[in-house]
Write a protein that binds this ligand. Structure first.
Ligand SMILES: [Zn+2]
Length: 133
């Protein structure tokens, strides 16, 4: 077992809920309007300290996307996924970008998100929801 290389972030960031490894800068958030099986999810321009799983096609609300799962390098937890391809031109902005599930994160203030708090009433208005089918 070698030492796991971990990048540390300065400033506001999102961390793994389980081991507090830094996963993404708060500045890298592109959208907070995504949905996954476990509730709300955020789209990030870039994330760090993750390893990727194998490519697979996954049916989502907006169509079939090729994605890879993202695992925290600190503890191996599944924390989200990254888009490799998108079915439509207007969805291509997601390609190369990553989703982190909010339930798996500690927020910029070290706060932990609770299940479904605030979820239901805001979801409809974001227009960018992504649901795994
Ligand atoms: Zn972790």
């Amino acid at each position: 077992m070698g030492r796991v290389f971990v990048t540390y972030l300065e400033g506001r960031k999102y961390s793994c809920k389980y081991c507090r490894t830094h996963l993404a800068s708060a500045d890298a958030v592109l959208s907070k309007g995504f949905q996954c099986q476990h509730g709300r999810a955020y789209l990030f321009d870039k994330v760090m300290n993750v390893t990727t799983g194998t490519k697979e096609e996954r049916m989502m609300m907006t169509g079939i996307h090729t994605v890879v799962d993202l695992f925290c390098t600190g503890c191996g937890s599944l924390v989200g996924w990254k888009y490799e391809t998108a079915p439509e031109k207007n969805l291509r902005y997601k390609v190369g970008r990553s989703i982190l599930e909010r339930m798996k994160l500690l927020g910029p203030n070290g706060n932990q998100y609770l299940a479904d708090e605030e979820n239901q009433q805001h979801i409809e208005s974001d227009g960018e929801d992504e649901v795994l089918l």
